[in-house]
Design a protein. Structure first.
Length: 293
């Protein structure tokens, strides 16, 4: 005789299953609570902060990775003291944590600044750093604190030879010449992404990329609008042989970089960026550049 199980036959097992599930939930909650408590640390002044912030506070300094070469008005030395917009930004981070800044200026490229942070040699990195896909593989970015449009500094004669019977807009869109960029910077990635038919030529310095464009060894040099405008402003005669093209739909988003585990530090920086009393603009920065001696 086959006995068919009624509705009540599975209840004992169901009750056991529910009990086990409740126990697992309780255990997960306990572990989560313990983990949350363990990630908060009481520092010397009595503050209860995230472990990543306590690491910095207990050390007594905020280590900042910074490119070796001055880039006014973002970071540069004046009378032996580092100043500039990026310096002011990280100083606000240090003030919030109540620690002084310690700068590591051993990075020879902008990518190396991000690498310093990625391997834990620095807490944060600034240097007019833009978000890139390559850097996103190893660091986290803060919210952008400034947007810079992309610009080309073009050799008129070399460009005419490349463009042939195309309009300027068509020739730029179909750019298949050579583009000079600063090696180890975001502009290598930007050039490869935005001008996939071009030959990208890295140079060790921006000045050498500009010189190559002036001499026609590359058709154009590629960087942000501030740098391109500074080149043209420094020598008005350049307008005879060079021209510029700017892209309002392409932007270099400047950010502070932090390590992949430093989520609270990134959140703190985002709040500092959001609460800046004065938002930087290209015009304001150019005015500041004009005052630098």
């Amino acid at each position: 005789m086959v006995q068919r199980a009624g509705n009540n036959a599975g209840w004992p097992g169901l009750r056991c299953g529910r009990a086990a599930a409740a126990y697992v939930l309780l255990l997960c909650w306990s572990v989560s609570a313990a983990f949350a408590q363990s990630t908060l640390v009481k520092v010397a002044d009595g503050r209860l902060v995230a472990a990543e912030l306590a690491r910095i506070i207990n050390r007594g300094v905020l280590i900042v990775a910074l490119h070796e070469k001055d880039t006014p008005p973002f970071f540069y030395e004046k009378d032996g003291v580092l100043v500039g917009f990026d310096i002011e930004l990280v100083q606000r981070i240090g003030d919030q944590l109540k620690v002084p800044l310690q700068f590591d200026r051993s990075a020879r490229t902008y990518d190396e600044v991000a690498q310093k942070v990625a391997i834990g040699k620095a807490d944060v990195g600034v240097s007019k750093l833009a978000r890139t896909l390559k850097r996103a593989e190893s660091v986290l970015f803060s919210d952008p604190y400034m947007r810079l449009e992309h610009s080309l500094l073009i050799n008129r004669l070399a460009f005419a030879g490349m463009a042939r019977d195309q309009t300027v807009a068509q020739a730029v869109r179909n750019f298949n010449g050579t583009i000079g960029v600063l090696a180890g910077s975001a502009w290598e990635e930007f050039a490869q992404r935005n001008f996939d038919k071009a030959t990208v030529v890295p140079f060790p310095t921006w000045a050498k990329a500009v010189q190559a464009a002036r001499e026609g060894r590359v058709v154009a040099a590629y960087r942000d609008g501030i740098e391109v405008r500074m080149v043209m402003a420094a020598d008005p005669q350049l307008a005879l042989t060079m021209r510029t093209v700017s892209f309002t739909d392409l932007a270099s988003m400047l950010c502070v970089v932090v390590g992949t585990r430093d989520l609270v530090l990134r959140s703190l920086i985002n709040e500092i960026v959001a609460n800046q009393k004065e938002q930087p603009t290209v015009e304001k920065l150019l005015k500041r550049i004009a005052t630098i001696k």
